[in-house]
Design a protein around this ligand. Structure first.
Ligand SMILES: [Mn+2]
Length: 411
């Protein structure tokens, strides 16, 4: 992520601010974690993947100003912690010209505060039973000294920006999706019954790390048989049995952009008749919902269509007698935004616009039959409709059976 990528984002942000409005974004927004998780809003605006930085921007008298606070290097700590990001590097990577040190933060801020009416910050999740987040802790002295300043969630301001992906972001997402697809193919081509679920996880992760990916985008779900009917199964420690259908809900994170793909395939060479029946309903529903996607359509409409299609299908199959009972076998939403966060900013009631990337993931879960099926693709909303970014990852029954047959013959 270079200054060419992040500078236009800060310019767009500047246009959203009114006089007296400011933003303060902390690189590390989760105080409770011992391991740093870079805040995605901070990374989005600065391109800097370092801890302890603070980005401050504001508009006064119609002029936009911004600056970055960095750590001062302490020669005695270099041998322990390595060199800190210095001012020249920070300015070069981010394109932000005014670089200051963290120990100047409150002095600089107190000069600005009398002119401020609003601060947007990455406050994190606020709840009575949770500890204060690092941004809350850092902003507390400002809040108590300057009660006229309203402190709001940055997400309210930045969601419209992050929801529309630029060209560079689409390239990162495509890369994450393609690498995930390779990992999925590896697992499909090498799985046999009696393997442990985590062996498939290892095949996927190996392929990802050999292709430029350091981390998963989220905890992978590798679920065989009954486990596939647990929506957030993450144990991945059961033995795969002949006859199981295996569900993999996985995504690589490439340059901090996450794929989110789900595929199912049989442990044997073929689907059973029942597996085929349910799989076909889910796949057919997914295709029809994807075809609805274009600017102006709402996520609510996609959800409604999914529920209707699955209910009608289950009625025909005879699993339910009343369409209202569909929630017994399908109980989640069909879509969420995808980006730096696997569940990206965008909201549940959003109206789709060109440049949005969403998942489409209907499913049917029948624990009494040891069966869970979900099919998930990542879809870009285009001017004329949609483009399925994960279209190269096989999902047709015939394709999957061919891959499995070849895989088991090889063994
Ligand atoms: Mn998903």
């Amino acid at each position: 992520m270079t200054a060419e990528v992040t500078t236009p984002r800060r310019e767009k942000l500047a246009n959203l601010l009114s006089d007296g409005e400011n933003i303060i974004v902390f690189a590390n927004s989760q105080a409770a974690l011992s391991k740093l998780v870079q805040d995605n809003n901070f990374l989005y605006l600065t391109g800097l993947n370092n801890p302890e930085l603070i980005y401050v921007a504001g508009k006064f008298g119609g002029r936009f100003n911004d600056m970055l606070f960095i750590e001062r290097s302490d020669p005695e700590r270099i041998v322990w912690e390595g060199e800190k990001l210095n001012a020249e590097e920070a300015a070069k990577i981010s394109g932000i010209k005014r670089i200051k040190y963290l120990d100047e933060f409150y002095a600089v801020l107190s000069g600005m505060c009398p002119m401020m009416n609003t601060i947007y910050s990455n406050l994190g999740f606020v709840a009575l039973d949770r500890p204060m987040t690092y941004p809350m802790y850092m902003l507390e002295p400002i809040r108590s000294k300057h009660p006229q300043i309203e402190i709001k969630q940055l997400n309210n301001l930045i969601t419209p920006l992050r929801k529309v992906k630029d060209e560079w972001e689409l390239q990162q997402l495509q890369k994450a999706i393609d690498i995930t697809g390779k990992g999925i193919m590896d697992a499909m081509e090498n799985t046999t019954a009696t393997m442990m679920e985590y062996e498939l996880e290892a095949m996927l992760f190996y392929r990802m790390q050999r292709n430029g990916v350091k981390n998963w985008g989220f905890a992978p779900i590798i679920a065989a048989g009954l486990n596939a009917s647990t929506l957030h199964y993450e144990k991945n420690n059961s033995r795969i049995e002949t006859g199981d259908l295996i569900l993999m809900d996985v995504g690589a994170s490439y340059n901090n952009y996450s794929a989110d793909i789900t595929r199912c395939f049989p442990a044997g060479a073929t689907f059973s008749e029942r597996q085929k029946q349910i799989y076909s309903l889910v796949l057919d529903t997914q295709k029809r919902v994807i075809e609805m996607i274009k600017p102006g359509v709402t996520l609510a409409e996609l959800n409604q269509a999914t529920t209707t299609l699955l209910a009608e299908g289950l009625l025909v199959i005879g699993l339910i007698e009343d369409t209202d009972d569909v929630t017994k076998y399908y109980m989640h939403s069909v879509s969420h935004f995808l980006g730096m966060d696997t569940h990206d900013l965008g909201g549940r009631s959003a109206i789709l616009e060109t440049g949005n990337v969403i998942t489409v993931e209907p499913g049917i879960y029948i624990p009494e039959e040891k069966l869970g099926i979900r099919i998930e693709d990542d879809v870009l909303v285009t001017e004329s409709g949609y483009c399925v970014l994960s279209q190269n990852i096989p999902k047709e029954i015939a394709e999957l059976e061919e891959i499995r047959k070849a895989a088991l013959e090889k063994k």
